[in-house]
Each structure stands twice: as C-alpha cells, then as structure tokens.
Design a binder for this molecule. Structure first.
Ligand SMILES: [Zn+2]
Length: 72
C-alpha cells in the first residue's frame, strides 16, 4: 500500500493571499510599479468603465489592480 502525503493547506488560492488571485483562482497580472498598475486601472476605466484600485500585494510584492474587496 502506498501512503500519500496530504497537500499543505496553504496551497489553497483563497484566504490570506486572496489579493493575489482573481475570483476564478488564477493569479492576477503583476505590475512592477504602482505607476504601471495605475495606468492599467485607468485603461480599464477607459475601456470598460471598471472602477479598479492599484494595490501592493503581500504575496508577490508586486502591484495588482482589482476591485475593492468590500465591493458587495
Ligand atoms: Zn500578487
């Protein structure tokens, strides 16, 4: 009989690193600077009317854009 190790619980995408992932569980596009992230947010606003924030990610230490977390 083979013994299988359980995967670590920290491999789950959601939780403390939710800011790094989209709702679909895929990693967000990283930007190296706040400026890049902000221009991406502005572009989304121009194209889609999407109201996005630029924020620093605790997980990868780069910048992402996304909706506010308390949006609902
Ligand atoms: Zn990240």
């Amino acid at each position: 009989m083979k013994r299988r190790r359980r995967p670590l619980p920290s491999t789950r995408p959601l939780g403390r690193v939710a800011s790094h992932f989209t709702r679909e569980g895929t990693p967000k596009n990283p930007y190296r600077t706040e400026r890049e992230a902000q221009s991406a947010a502005q572009l989304a606003w121009t194209l889609n009317g999407a109201d996005l924030n630029a924020y620093r990610c605790d997980y990868c230490h780069q910048w992402h854009v996304g909706k506010r977390f308390r949006d609902d």
